[in-house]
Design a protein. Sequence first.
Lengths: 547, 124, 422
Amino acid sequence: MVSLEVRNGFVIDPMNGVFEVKDVFVKDGRIVESLDKPEMVVDAKGKVVVAGGIDVHAHVAGGKINMGRKMRPEEMRYPRFKSDNLRSGVGRVLLTSPAIGYEYARMGYTTVVEPAMPALYSIHTHEELDSIPIVDKMALPLFGNWHFVFKFVKNDEIEKLSNFIAWVLAKTKGFGVKVVNPCGVEAWMFHGNVYSLNDTDPLFGVSPKEVITGLISAIERLKLPHSLHIHCNLLGIPGNYEVTLETIKLTRRFENSERQVMHVTHVQFNSYAGESWKDMSSGAEFVAKEVNRNNVTVDMGQVILGHATTMTADSPFQYELFKIFKTKWSNLDVELETGSGIVPVYYSPKVRVHSLMWAIGLEIGLLVDVDKVVISTDYPNGGPFYSYPYIATLLMSEKFREEEMKRIANVERYSILPSLSEERTLEDVVKMTRVNPARILGLNDRGHLGENAKADLVIYDLPPEPNPRDYESILKALSNPSLVLKDGKIVVKEGRVVKHTWGETIWVKRDYDEELIGDELEDFFNYYTVQRDNYGVPHVRREVVLC
Amino acid sequence: MEFTLVTARTMEQGMFVEDKLSEDYFKATACCEMNPEDMNALGLKDGDRVRVTTQYGSVVLYVKRSVLDVPRGVVMIPLGIYANRILPSESGTGTPIYKNVRCRVEKTDEEVLSIEEIVREVVG
Amino acid sequence: MKVSCPFCGNVCDDINFDGEVEREKLCPLGESKLTREKKRIPYPMVEGERVSYDEAIERAVEILLNAKRPLLYGWASTVNEAIRLGVILAEKVGGVYDTTSSVCHGPSILATIEEGLPGGTLGQAKNRADVVVFWGCNPAEAHPRHPTRYSVMVKGFLVEGRRLRKTVVVDIRKTATALLSSKFYMIKPNSDFAILTALRSIINGNDSAVPNEVGGLSKSQLREFAELLLSAKYGVIFFGMGATHTRGQDRNVEALIKLVQTLNRHTRYILQPMRGHFNVTGADAVACWEAGYGYAIDFSRGYPRFNPTEFSAVQLLRRRDCDAMLVVGSDPVAHFPFDVVRHMAKIPVIQIDPHYNLTTKVANVVIPSAISGIEAEGTVYRMDGVPVRLKKFRESEFWSDYEILKAMLERVVERKGGDVVW
């Protein structure tokens, strides 16, 4: 089937200012203005029609999630999809690659960003992305603790740094620049960490502040579609909201009228006030104000109470978590580039800190300007991505929040959530799951239903302005789309995956002059254990290159 | 005499592992290494044949004087069908225990089975 | 150009090729792999008779579809692209997927399930390690270039060669690797767990709990060993079959992991299993993302289940719980205990392999393949999981493992119905 009409649905397409009953036409995988004879007509009367969801931050592929699977078979013993006509898929929070694609599709998401790709392992990351069906994918290489970056930053060689970034994106088929605990991971190689923006790494003597501003300068110079994507220093530690504020303020030197200059990811984990776990409280209000004042965007990093697996490139933090939980711990130090760690967690509704984390995430979702925040769980760190409908419903319904707060530890003295009466509308949720992510990533072919947009389209059995007190219906409808189209093909019907398709891998290409960084490449490749010739990703299943 | 049997990868076993019908592979795996003092005690010299017996089975092998130092009381057989002829498949982990199995070693005049012959014996 | 060596878990990627392979950088294993002429399987065969690829594949598919529970085993000596199709094939025929891990580092995976794995890349050993321990492994014979490329003599940016590195070997015999080391501890067989526990006790300050002798090491030797471990700024412990194939198995590896956890309270340490075949790491990894587990996976219920004592190849054959077997790039007749090989001889066996080996002798269907890394390209994972591309540098008339498995999978799905899902 190559053409289709979605008739009589209520279209919510904030990017194009559409909020009305309207027919949508699809041809050859794109949205078109009109169609003479659609091969198929879908009746969406009484339902809303929106673009496919976009996840800006979920660890869906690569060495970390795969090590998580390997060390946690207890996570995998949950059958979700039987083989039958499609693939089998299993997992509780950690899912197999086929299950990841199917579960995204099932909740109306059609694009996902893998936000932490060690360049040395980029072939692996892409092999896994290539095994995730249906959705489109991107991957962000990790730059924040890379010796090349330290050297260029130390010598203030922004032109070389820009060249290096472009070289890396081409080699790894990467989409943008990710930073995790800049300088802290290198310090962990010496059993340390960094504790402020001005601390320095033990090897090159550069500070997080220099690394962050250096990378932003290079990114803006290259005019990358996506801004710096940062996991801040001191993540997960009480009192860390201050370093988050300082990090956000670093953007004031930079201007960009088209998009943010910094995306602070899973900001919930970096919005803690207090001095210890005992007196930890929410710093979300301060962080939200700072975000709203600056050219910065965030995703929530919402905690879902229950099982999760923390996995980040922030290896010193992961070791601290291991010491707290005394559970399993995996670590991977990656030569010259980065590190990573994995620790299982159970976010218990009975534990005050965990309940507070849940509340802080929602504060972020309610207090940050609606065009600057994206729903996320930092999958699988905060919990499953398939809980996004739950998060959206919490943001839409004060009553639902009240109900949920009855079953968790009391957070009243530590969070303002109980006093917040804000309720996001369905249109707001569409912004937080479609419009904002597309703009933040610099992708103009999705996140909306305008002419020539990708025909990634979702129909929910909901009125355009659902009653927030009837949160159960909202949650049910958002969790079970009536229909999902990916590239114009029906992949989900009434919450069931009906077709196995393959999405695209999107990466960003910029011109570079390898000569300019030739000496550095030659020098550092003496210390890699792979040859320079063999470094990088030769091919992916289906690629789209943004030039 | 009672010994502890260990199996191990050796350079020769590795070099000829993809050429299993070759004389080189036969030489590399139809053998065991022993401590020279143990060999003296059994009246063995390099190239002699021994019968190695565990509770699971028995196999005839050439004996080699350990070039480095297989300690007394240990007999080392390279990975392969000769070693596996006398090793157990049971284990609590799914992975067989290929090392530290009790065995008896005695001098013998019997012939070492060729690769063809040992496959036939194993397959039954 | 540079090519990568498809033999051991080192996957050295610096082999020069200029029309032919230059021997300069090759170890004896690599030289044998890349330059020795070996007996190849000449053509596809069914019951010893020459047939076409098409006929052999057809017969193989029939066997797999007619079996109640086929075992699809091997995978360590092929590329990820082929392995992936193998996992999907196992799923589609409702069989069992198992890798050679189940006869080597299976216990290390079990220990990882208990404790996680505090690891790092081989470049960390090269660049930073001032203490390197080889515990029950012998790279001088099993991974010959490991010491010069990664761990002993190599020059890194912080540790510039052998003089600045303390190298320790722990083994029950004085191996060739022991000769390279600055310190050798000869231990008694089956004493790994006790010694590791004693070392942890000393490092944790519970010296008094340690008896005067453990596994052949005196208390003063153990104290000295603990001091040596603690003297590292960055230490690496490599371990092998000496831990996994001896009494204790996964518990030995667990003790190693706990030792590394303990050492990380004082300084930095990482642990790395010495994986044998060039892509045994990939065989686990691919299965993990496709099916959730690394090995010993049963698909008979239409979704994957994992249980090494039930679904590992040796245990399945031991219980006569599989009624057909596909062997890809492996030789279980040579490497499994004899009693389970007997069951192999009684069921239909399909073999895909470039070389004639002992499994060929019992195989009913034999499908020759191109040699990965010489005649076929693809991705493999080095022992530390770092992906390396294998190149094709010789033409061959044999089909690659990928092509053979793709043809099999296409036929299976054609018969059973369903979407093309690979």
